[in-house]
Design a protein around this ligand. Structure first.
Ligand code: FES
Length: 130
């Protein structure tokens, strides 16, 4: 373990499952933390379930940042994939941090950045739809 990160943080940092870009995404979130300079992009593809509810069929991220930012990006993709948009909108940085096991408090803003990127991607999709 490095610098107090949990094993789960290190796993998601070293072996992210959702790293990459979606071609022609239905929504895109693009965020930056002005203090640390970390950049995070989230891409989503939307489809509908049998009830006709919109859900996140696919999700990927590109992050230029610290280990916690990369792990948080990958975790928010895990949490959001397959969820309806209503469910995905409720995913917050605390969910990301607790699923990661532990994030040192100076690194909570990394999870916050992931929450913002997902919310922006959903908002971007809803705006395009109109
Ligand atoms: Fe800023 Fe990680 S140090 S997002």
């Amino acid at each position: 373990m490095i610098t107090g990160y949990s094993k789960k943080v290190m796993d998601h940092f070293l072996h992210p499952k959702h790293l990459g870009k979606i071609k022609n995404p239905d929504g895109k979130g693009d965020t930056e933390n002005l203090r640390c300079g970390d950049i995070m992009k989230v891409y989503i593809k939307i489809s509908k379930n049998k009830k006709g509810e919109e859900l996140i069929k696919d999700i990927k991220f590109e992050t230029l940042g610290c280990a916690a930012a990369i792990a948080s990006s990958d975790m928010i993709c895990d949490l959001a994939k397959g969820k309806t948009l209503q469910e995905a909108k409720k995913i917050g940085f605390k969910d990301v941090a607790s699923e990661l096991g532990f994030l040192p408090s100076p690194k909570l803003h990394c999870a916050n950045l992931a929450e913002s990127a997902l919310k922006m991607a959903i908002a971007n999709y809803e705006k395009r739809k109109k």
